[in-house]
Design a protein around this ligand. Structure first.
Ligand code: GDP
Length: 322
């Protein structure tokens, strides 16, 4: 191990925030030499990771995620936990746009010495962002954070990516008029292990309770026993109950089994991504012509797929080579 790598390792294991941040920057980097260094660091950190509760938190923009995480996180640190907040938001850009986990949205928690908040990586593709967040999870766990909250927006595929990396997936929703299920995509309901109707305070409280009852009834019709609660990130009402359900869900899990399956699934997912990238790279010189023939009708899609595969080179071209 190089001297620099020793610094990273000791820095992270000793819980030094600056080294934790630098290690996450390293795992987020797409530069080839950084990738090698990051993988060597992760090999060293992995035996120290795995002891945290991993909780995904999803909800549409405005559902109150950051307010909720700020309030829940503060309660957890007050109870002696060390809380890391990570995020998966492939649409995020450092300049403008939504940046989940943004510290300015969680002012109190980001000033809490027992909390560590990291905005979503901006690596671009969902696969890239999810990979960086998974690896950041290893870093913060090795640094001693025993609760990892992974925030994601309730749009697109990012929820599935987060559900695949956490033990428990919590969906924050709002009381809506009309059909409860209409406001929430069915796929997301299936991912949720715990559902909380948020903003159950003041004049909204009654509507939130009614919404929770309706949603719970609708879920039972779908043969789901996912618990539905109400809470308010603003007042703190119901937060302890929501957390208790999260803990209860984890107690009922074969956690080791779930995590093993996630690791194997993830391995295949990475392999698929890389295979596809290599295929696209190798077929690039001929792809345009093949696509044109498909559009002309002179080549069937099936034969075209064979041609693309015939151009496949399993190894990436060597840097200085032909
Ligand atoms: P996010 O986009 O899901 O992160 O939502 P935010 O936490 O930024 O909240 C969106 C808006 O809803 C803000 O104006 C908050 O002040 C408000 N809000 C968040 N949580 C609550 C809550 O529990 N009750 C009420 N009444 N308003 C809330």
């Amino acid at each position: 191990m190089t001297a620099a790598m020793e610094d990273y390792l000791h820095g992270v294991l000793s819980g030094n925030r600056r080294w934790i941040a630098r290690a996450i920057t390293l795992v987020e980097s797409t530069r080839a030499d950084h990738r090698d260094a990051a993988q060597r660091l992760l090999v060293e950190l992995t035996p120290h990771a795995g002891a945290a509760r991993r909780v995904g938190i999803s909800g549409v923009p405005g559902a109150g995620k950051s307010t909720f995480i700020e309030a829940l996180g503060t309660r957890l640190t007050a109870a002696g936990h060390r809380v890391a907040v990570l995020a998966v938001d492939p649409s995020s850009r450092r300049s403008g746009g939504s940046i989940l986990g943004d510290k300015t949205r969680m002012a109190r928690l980001s000033a809490d010495p027992r909390a560590f908040i990291r905005p979503s990586p901006t690596a671009g593709t969902l696969g890239g962002v999810a990979k960086a967040t998974r690896e950041a999870m290893v870093v913060v766990e090795a640094a001693g954070y025993d609760v990892v909250l992974v925030e994601t927006v309730g749009v697109g595929q990012s929820e599935t990516a987060v559900a695949d990396m956490v033990d428990t997936f919590l969906l924050l929703t709002l009381a809506r008029t009309g059909d409860q299920l209409q406001g929430i995509k069915k796929g997301v309901l299936e991912l949720a292990d715990v559902i909380a109707v948020n903003k159950a305070d003041g004049e909204h409280e009654t509507a939130a309770r009614r919404a929770a009852r309706e949603l719970s009834g609708a879920l039972r019709l779908l043969h789901s026993d996912t618990p539905v609660l109400t809470c308010s990130g603003l007042t703190g009402a119901g937060l302890d109950e929501v957390w208790a359900k999260v803990v209860r869900h984890q107690e009922g899990l074969d956690l080791a089994g779930k995590r093993s399956r996630q690791q194997v699934e993830w391995t295949w997912s990475l392999a698929r991504d890389r295979l596809l990238t290599r295929l696209r790279d190798s077929a690039a010189p001929v792809a345009g012509e093949i696509e044109r023939q498909v559009l002309d009708g002179t080549l069937t899609p099936s034969l075209a797929a064979d041609r693309l595969l015939a151009a496949f080179r399993p190894e990436p071209p060597s840097p200085g080579g032909a």
